[in-house]
Design a protein around this ligand. Structure first.
Ligand SMILES: Nc1ncnc2c1ncn2[C@@H]1O[C@H](COP(=O)(O)OP(=O)(O)OP(=O)(O)O)[C@@H](O)[C@H]1O
Length: 265
């Protein structure tokens, strides 16, 4: 199939994924699709299976059955490294940051990890310069240029999460998975993250899939939303369609996330 034809379909297709833990079907025939260049949110009540599903997309967890396709390529047999090479990158938790290195060195290391090969000593000066320029551009993009010389461990929580996104960007993703990017953030930090994610889509053409409990952020950011309940995708659609979906409204009633959801509905 030509590249042009391939590009007309969904970017990511998740087909009938299943994952059991003993008797529990944590992922139950879950299917949904992501369009190129969209911000897609995966929501669902506590324990619905969002993290389990994200793990199967990143390659951290093998599904029992079903497939994950990126631009038509079957990623299911690939582990995490293979999926990163294919362009599907998950933003890691803060634990992946080197807290005793500067913010700039963290980004430079992320960029170097992408192209192993010649050790620093043998790298040509022009390649070094290109690396530095890329690092500066990434620092600016993720809003950390002014903090570049600080130790990563001295950054505020929200800034550490911005750095985490910068590290994921260093791997040059086409599709970025984000697991609760607003977790533990105050309103100002959340706002900065919303703006950063909007910028990634608008300026970098990135496709984003995020799991997020902050319904305000979800309804502001997402072009489309998929709702997971008991391991099944019960609805995929625009924020308006999700707001009006009777099964989604039912799923959130009685859940502790319901107040936030109700406010967003
Ligand atoms: N490794 C595991 N072994 C056994 N059960 C698991 C395992 N991982 C998850 N589960 C169970 O699978 C179900 C889905 O869990 P998961 O963490 O994916 O849900 P979630 O939607 O991400 O929840 P939350 O919103 O609370 O983070 C839960 O009932 C959980 O207890």
């Amino acid at each position: 199939m030509s590249a042009a034809l391939q590009n007309t379909g969904p970017m990511l297709q998740v087909e009938r994924l299943c994952k059991r833990f003993g008797a529990l079907a944590a992922t139950d025939e879950a299917s949904f699709a992501l369009h190129r260049g969209e911000i897609h949110a995966l929501i669902g009540p506590n324990g619905a299976g969002k993290t389990t599903l994200i793990h199967q997309l990143s390659g951290a967890l093998r599904p029992d059955s079903g497939r994950v396709l990126l631009d038509g390529q079957d990623l299911t047999p690939l582990g995490m490294a293979g999926r990163v090479a294919a362009g599907l990158v998950r933003s890691f938790q803060i634990t992946s940051i080197f807290k005793r290195l500067s913010v700039r060195d963290n980004i430079a290391l992320g960029l170097q990890a992408r192209r192993p090969g010649l050790p620093n000593l043998w790298r040509r000066a022009s390649a070094e310069r290109a690396l530095q320029e890329q690092a500066e551009a990434l620092l600016e993009l993720c809003g950390l240029a002014a903090r570049a010389d600080e130790l990563a461990g001295s950054l505020a929580h929200g800034e550490q999460r911005q750095l985490e996104v910068g590290l994921a960007l260093a791997a040059q993703p086409r599709l970025l998975l984000l697991d609760e990017p607003m977790a533990g953030m105050g309103p100002d930090e959340s706002e900065r993250m919303v703006l950063l994610l909007q910028r990634l889509r608008a300026e970098q053409g990135l496709t984003l899939l995020l799991v997020e409990h902050d319904m305000d952020a979800v309804f502001r950011l997402a072009d489309r939303i998929s709702t997971l309940v008991f391991g099944r995708i019960i609805a995929s659609g625009t924020p308006q369609e999700i707001r009006e979906h009777p099964e989604v409204r039912r799923a959130y009633l009685g859940d502790e996330a319901s107040d936030e959801m109700e406010a967003a509905l």
